[in-house]
Design a protein around this ligand. Structure first.
Ligand code: DAH
Length: 340
């Protein structure tokens, strides 16, 4: 057997394999050399006819050629694939200035957040600062310290989500009054926005809703300050000409207490379904801070006095935008949310 023939086959194979430039050709070439009826097997088929001595030399040489071809093929396959990737990359230039395939809608600020921001703006404009408290609250801060002892009927007014012994989801933001007063000394002008929770659910009640608490403590604070601040607040929120009235009421943590009504924003006070023909809408609760709270936090009630108020953000927002179902705020319906 001619070893020179093998050498020329080797050269030929190298040339041929290095010219391959797609996978189809690669498969054909591999079959041509290594396939069942390919060159290498046909060379090996000659072995039986050779002498023992020839077999050894020839067999080894064919095998070396086979390995050479296999390695060359693998190398070439890699090269082809790399070239393909490069080709694709060079053809696909990305134009980042093209408009996207999908419409990206910009988000909007939730109406409740908008009204909270507006409330914060109004009060900080009057010199108030903002404080926050925990939503998971203790019975002590939510009730006890606010002069709502166990068995007090006011606990029934607020259907509470209890978490574990002594802990609950706060039913109002009033506990923040205690938390702030405990830590600091007057003068204080603070509002406390936040989430509150009650076991209640219908078109005007949601198990989670938002309140803003506010309070002022200083020397010589009287009911006139309370009326002035709240009237000014409501005028800024609902417009200069909104009618405002204070009605006597009861809260355990204020004495005296009042509820504040605004003239019905739907009928301007004439009487309609929304205001149940009274011409007025209740919007917040307030009063002079009960001396009991001062004793709890260690303030001298002979020196200091204060007022407090609490308002429901959902209710104020519903009145501001004539929304008649509170659940709309929580359904995440974009066509509703985008209107604000
Ligand atoms: N905490 C009361 C509630 O959730 C609202 C309230 C009423 C807060 C009178 C006050 C207040 O600070 O003085 O119903």
């Amino acid at each position: 057997m001619d070893l020179e023939e093998l050498e020329s086959l080797r050269k030929q194979a190298k040339e041929r394999i290095e010219k391959i430039n797609n996978e189809r050709e690669w498969i054909d070439t591999k079959a041509y050399y290594l396939g069942k009826k390919g060159i290498i097997p046909s060379l090996l088929s000659k072995l039986p006819k050779l002498t023992q001595e020839e077999k050894k030399i020839y067999g080894q040489s064919v095998n070396t050629l086979k390995v050479f071809i296999e390695e060359l093929l693998e190398q070439q396959l890699k090269t082809i694939k790399e070239r393909e990737i490069e080709k694709k990359l060079s053809q696909t230039t990305i134009d980042i200035t093209l408009p996207g395939k999908f419409e990206i809608r910009s988000g909007t600020v939730h109406p409740i957040s908008q009204v909270i921001d507006e409330i914060i703006d109004i009060f900080t404009g009057m010199g108030f600062e903002v404080a926050e408290g925990p939503e998971l609250e203790s019975d002590y801060y939510n009730f006890e310290a606010l002069n709502i002892p166990e068995e007090h009927p006011a606990r029934e007014m607020q259907d509470t989500f209890y978490i574990s012994d002594g802990f609950l989801l706060r039913t109002h933001t009033s506990p923040v009054q205690i938390r702030v007063m405990e830590k600091r000394e007057p003068p204080l002008h603070v509002i406390c926005p936040g989430k509150v929770y009650r076991r209640d659910s219908d078109i005007t009640h949601s198990p989670m809703f938002h309140q803003v608490e506010g309070f002022v403590v200083d020397r010589d604070i009287h009911f006139g300050h309370l009326k002035g601040v709240l009237t000014e607040f409501l005028r800024r929120l609902y417009g200069e000409n909104i009618g405002v009235r204070f009605r006597p009421s009861y809260f355990p943590f204020t004495e005296p207490s009042a509820e504040v009504d605004i003239q019905c924003v739907v009928c301007n006070g004439k009487g309609c379904r929304v205001c149940k023909n009274s011409g007025w809408l209740e919007v917040l609760g307030c009063g002079m801070i009960h001396p009991y709270l001062f004793s709890v936090v260690g303030y001298d009630k002979e020196i200091y006095s204060g007022f407090a108020f609490g308002l429901g953000v959902e209710r104020l927002t519903m009145l501001k935008y004539a929304i008649d179902d509170i659940r709309l705020f929580y359904e995440n319906n974009l066509s509703f949310l985008e209107q604000f």
